[in-house]
Ligand binder design. Structure first.
Ligand SMILES: [Zn+2]
Ligand SMILES: [Zn+2]
Length: 132
């Protein structure tokens, strides 16, 4: 299991080191949610993530089954619930422990911030993976 937490420490979670995929998303929503050029995240079945502290300190943007989960105190984006509530996209930046997986591609490069230049050799997809 890997530990993760928000900036202020009110919310802690544990997630299995069994991510199905990891990507860097350059879509405008991910930029705004993180305040960064892109969002590195990893996907895993929802039941493999557990909140270990601060379950009552969550701020849900959207809905419980299709939303972004933040700490209500410091605002850290911890994960997003996707695919009809079955998967979560964990923000790699909130992990305390290093996962085995590494981001394998850049997605939504078609809407990348013009001021950011991708300098690695990972594949770049205009939209999501599998769709160039
Ligand atoms: Zn916090
Ligand atoms: Zn995105």
């Amino acid at each position: 299991m890997l530990a993760g937490r928000c900036l202020c420490g009110a919310v802690h979670y544990a997630v299995a080191d069994e991510f199905a995929y990891a990507l860097n998303c350059h879509c405008p929503d991910c930029r705004r949610a993180t305040g960064a050029a892109f969002k590195p995240f990893a996907g895993i079945e929802r039941h493999k993530l557990a909140i270990t502290q601060g379950e009552d300190k969550l701020l849900i943007f959207g809905t419980k089954d299709a939303g972004d989960i933040h700490c209500e105190r410091c605002g850290s984006l911890l994960w997003s619930v996707v695919i009809d509530g079955t998967f979560v996209h964990v923000t790699l930046g909130t992990l305390v422990d290093a996962p085995t997986i590494r981001p394998s591609a850049h997605i939504f490069v078609g809407s990348k911030a013009p001021w950011f230049t991708i300098t690695d050799d990972l594949p770049q997809h205009q939209a999501h993976a599998g769709e160039n």
